[in-house]
Design a protein around this ligand. Sequence first.
Ligand code: UDP
Ligand code: MG
Length: 302
Amino acid sequence: MLSVVIPSYNEENLIKNTAGTLKKVLTRADIDYELVFVNDGSSDNTQQRIEDLSDNDPKIRFVCFSRNFGKEAAIFAGLAAAKGECVAVMDCDLQHPPATLVEMYGEWRKGYEVVEGVKRSRGEESGAHRFSAGTFYRLMSKATGMDMSRASDFKLLDRKAVDALLSFPEYHVFFRALSSLVGFKKTSVDFDVAERTEGESKWSTASLIKYALNNIVEYSAFPLHIVTWAGVFTLIVSVFLGIETLVRYFLGNSAEGFTTVILLQLFTGSIIMIGIGILGFYLSKVYDEVKRRPRYIISKMN
Ligand code: UDP
Ligand code: MG
């Protein structure tokens, strides 16, 4: 059986259509399936819409969060609830085409254990969104050593890979990166990102930047090394400047006093504070992890 995990946050107008489309496509392809909607603490009638469907159809299941925990938590709750031998994750807005899901299932039948959906095109996006997403993926690819530029959350995983993912204990999970970390026999399927049929993307540029910074810090120690290298750089500059200053002093024409001191104070002060800031950011992540709080809290499920 194929389980399809669908994180949904304020998608009341989409649930019925998404479930209907998936049902049609999967039935036509003769695939035994279940749909697992994860209501990520929606403030609209999403839960009501899901229950309307699941009351009449045992193939439709749901997990309902006690509040909004974010898409990553929703994906993991869905993976934990899924019962199939293979589990796919897709967006509720059908930006991940159901036809591609059938193709992915075919790859799984051929023996692949991780089937990744790779974006052929990014669909309609605003300039700012495209720029921030582009920058994020360049940094993220550098930081983690994986090509993430066309990665998406649209994936189909074998039971073995799902169990491996669920065994990751960290509080901050990032599905896209972790599913490349688990290994297994992997392949990818290209897809074109469709346009959102209803409503708006829940990502503002500010939230994307925050998301990017968090993920970079959680999956890479690279920024910490930047601090060290900035220190090495200023050390080299100080040696040269120091020698120059001493030579000038002994020759009797030393540098202008206050201007030099002010400039140096400002420069080293900023470098030190940025360094402490980066350390602090890592420390806050470590703090989040050691608290061992649950990733999500379920208020209802079937
Ligand atoms: N989503 C979620 N929790 C959130 C934000 C989004 O479960 O806090 C879901 C949303 O319902 C959708 C998917 O994640 O199914 C992708 O969201 P969206 O379409 O807003 O993002 P985009 O397609 O622009 O990446
Ligand atoms: Mg979307």
